[in-house]
Design a protein around this ligand. Structure first.
Ligand code: ADP
Length: 284
């Protein structure tokens, strides 16, 4: 990279066009792009993005996990990659490899401190996201899973515009009725930016009691499915509240569950099954 992310280079029109073409070429190497979105923070968007990427790689796909949440990049922590600094190859940034089928790139690897991004204003942030998408060298990928900034403001808008054609949204919600307005806004946002919705994932959907094994619906249940039906978008599945998710999220231990044995990991595999089916099945 010739300048730090967020630093706006002085560009003329032909330079700008070249940058856009470079970004298009980069994105053309990726077969499927899934933008993980949520109407608001705290619903488990980053957790879902990370687990979908792990589960897709477990299903044999070549996957990139990209965290463009400039204000609170949480993927390095969730994936146990905090403090990593990606290698540079000329102008290109090499993502951090987790295994032979999964690589990760986060704004968090490049920001010297959490305060760096907070002071960026609109165009500077757009420039940073564009440069980031353009400069990361993934090579050919089956899936790029993007942990987008939360909400439906300028930042997710920049990401949706820059990632370009062929991307699809995975909308994460929780089961409560109060989440409905957020999901509606999120689906309307996708329509406004011509981003097809691959489906809705209901997270924190019940807890299997460790003592009696019965399901306890702490936040209610079925809200995600009902919403999906109401809005005419696919329902991809429900992820239970799983203490293993909290532990692995805090300890950055997701990759240590490669076999997918926890209730949440099994639920993520089911969601990935639904995604793959929609893309022509496992053999695509
Ligand atoms: P967001 O990206 O929407 O802000 P996070 O993915 O950071 O949300 O999740 C918020 C918190 O909730 C984290 O501590 C995470 O470990 C926890 N969490 C998310 N999903 C689950 C789940 N299915 N079971 C248990 N804890 C979860």
């Amino acid at each position: 990279m010739s300048q730090a992310p967020g630093e706006l280079p002085v560009v003329n029109e032909s330079q700008k066009r070249r940058e856009e073409e470079a970004l298009e070429r980069r994105m053309a190497e990726i077969r499927h792009k899934l933008l993980v979105l949520s109407g608001k923070g705290g619903v488990g968007k980053s957790t879902v993005a990370a687990n979908l990427a792990v589960s897709l790689s477990r299903a044999g796909k070549h996957v990139g996990l990209l965290d463009v949440d400039v204000h609170g990049p949480s993927i390095p922590g969730i994936m146990g990659l905090e403090g990593q600094s990606p290698a540079l190859l000329g102008e290109e940034i090499l993502p951090v490899g987790v295994n032979e089928r999964l690589a990760v790139m986060s704004m968090g690897f490049l920001l010297a401190s959490g305060r760096d991004a907070v002071i960026w204003r609109g165009p500077r942030k757009y420039g940073a996201i564009q440069q980031f998408l353009k400069d990361v060298f993934w090579g050919p990928l089956d899936y790029l899973v993007v942990d987008s900034p939360p909400g439906t403001g300028d930042e997710p808008l920049s990401v949706a515009q820059l990632v370009g054609g062929g991307a699809e949204a995975v909308v994460v919600t929780t089961p409560q009725r109060v989440a409905i307005a957020d999901v509606r806004r999120c689906v309307a946002f996708c329509e406004a930016v011509s981003l097809p919705v691959r489906g809705i994932v209901e997270n924190m959907s019940g807890l299997d009691c460790p003592h009696c094994g019965k399901r306890v619906d702490l936040f209610g249940s079925g809200g995600g499915r009902a919403l999906a039906e109401e809005m005419g978008v696919p329902f991809l599945g429900a992820i239970p509240i799983d203490p293993a998710v909290v532990v692995s999220g805090d300890a950055g231990a997701i990759p240590s569950d490669p076999a997918g044995q926890t209730p949440a990991a099994r639920a993520f595999d089911a969601v990935v099954g639904a995604i793959l089916e929609g893309h022509g099945g496992q053999k695509e």
